[in-house]
Ligand binder design. Structure first.
Ligand code: COA
Length: 335
């Protein structure tokens, strides 16, 4: 079995900011309610002509500039997203062409909602461990603003756009220490974007063309599921929580991260999140939080991070990984 390591990270968010004050002008809400109930202060919103593939390409360019990496020998591109530019071609195929990655690379979009980035890392690890692939780009990216109902105050305050990318390369040592994946399809109707079918689990869906969510149900499920999942990751890695330098759960809501840390008895100060400045960016939220940690000088190569994604499906995925980032040779593009 071959080893795998994360060697480089990059990210990108659109320029336009949507603040809580802006939302006060759009729906019946206020900054105090949003901050108290979610911890979110602003989000980034893509231009009308800016799509998930654009965000992905920019995040990979940031990674290449900072770590002096070439993507000419990438042999697989995995893009986790719920908001592809279109059902097909895949975002991964568009990114291959946009970045001039050789046509010998496999390209695949992955649908696991807010757990998608960690699912992508899990797949990259398996492809490398099997010896079938050597250099995999894993990108988590979403443009949720395009499927957000800006007349629904219970959802429009949450979501934003962004992208994060990592390079997973083969190596002598395996730095992917343990994982846990899971799903509960019976909760599929708690958060959805309707498509060809108008029902799931026998439940009639609202076909608005926008994201619909029962926030309470998702909240309760995640706060129950994630701590158990983290314990599974640690058991598989034969590691303890004390070895986890940084815990990076999906940035859905700060009021979910607090009880999750409490249930785990993990110091809240060692949890990283991207929601204060970017909101819930779905598949992008975990790599954005990781990269914010790197940019702020908190996260260093050699440290162990425990990532845990959860969301529509319902799906969840966790991973304990030791970072082995190559030295940075360039400056990150400003976020
Ligand atoms: N501003 C002001 N009031 C609001 C509001 C807003 N933006 N949104 C909802 N409210 C009101 C509701 O109408 C309700 O009023 P009522 O008591 O008069 O009926 C009250 O606030 C409480 O609503 P509720 O939905 O119970 O709030 P909550 O504390 O559960 O917070 C969420 C709502 C959506 C922030 C929260 O449930 C959440 O974050 N859930 C998880 C979402 C998630 O993880 N999604 C993952 C998908 S990846």
């Amino acid at each position: 079995m071959k080893g795998a390591k994360i060697t480089a990270v990059g990210s990108y968010v659109p320029q336009r900011r949507l603040t809580n004050a802006d939302l006060e002008q759009m729906v019946d809400t206020n900054d105090e309610w949003i901050v108290q109930r979610t911890g979110i202060r602003e989000r980034r919103i893509s231009r009308e002509d800016e799509y998930t593939s654009d965000l992905c390409a920019a995040a990979v360019r940031d990674l290449m500039n900072r770590y002096g990496k070439s993507v000419q020998d990438v042999d697989m591109i995995l893009v986790a997203t719920s908001t592809p530019d279109m059902p097909f071609p895949s975002v991964a195929a568009i990114v291959q062409n946009r970045l001039g990655i050789p046509q010998t690379a496999g390209v695949l979009d992955l649908s696991a909602a807010c757990a998608g980035f960690v699912y992508g890392l899990h797949m990259a690890h398996a492809l490398i461990a099997s010896g079938m692939h050597h250099k995999v780009l894993v990108i988590g990216a979403d443009t949720l603003s395009k499927i957000t109902d800006y007349t629904d105050r219970s959802t429009c305050i949450l979501f934003g756009d962004g992208a994060g990318a990592v390079l997973v390369e083969s190596g002598e040592q395996d730095n992917f220490r343990g994982f846990n994946l899971g799903s509960d399809g019976s909760g599929g109707h708690h958060v959805y974007l309707s498509g060809l079918a108008d029902q799931v689990n026998g439940v009639q869906l609202t076909a608005t063309g926008k994201l619909v969510q029962n926030g309470r149900e998702v909240f309760k499920w995640a706060v129950r599921t994630v701590p158990q999942g983290v314990q599974q990751v640690l058991a598989k890695a034969e590691a303890s929580l004390a070895e986890v330098d940084w815990f990076i759960p999906h940035s859905a809501n700060l009021r979910m991260i607090e009880p999750i840390c409490e249930r785990l008895d993990y110091p809240f100060g060692q949890a990283l999140y991207s929601l204060e400045e970017f909101g819930n960016t779905s598949a992008a939220s975990i790599p954005l939080a990781l990269d914010l940690g790197i940019r702020q000088g908190k996260v260093h190569s050699g440290q162990q991070v425990l990532l845990y994604g959860f969301g529509a499906g319902l799906t969840h995925a966790g991973l304990l990984v030791r970072l082995s980032l190559d030295p940075q040779t360039g400056e990150p593009a400003p976020l």
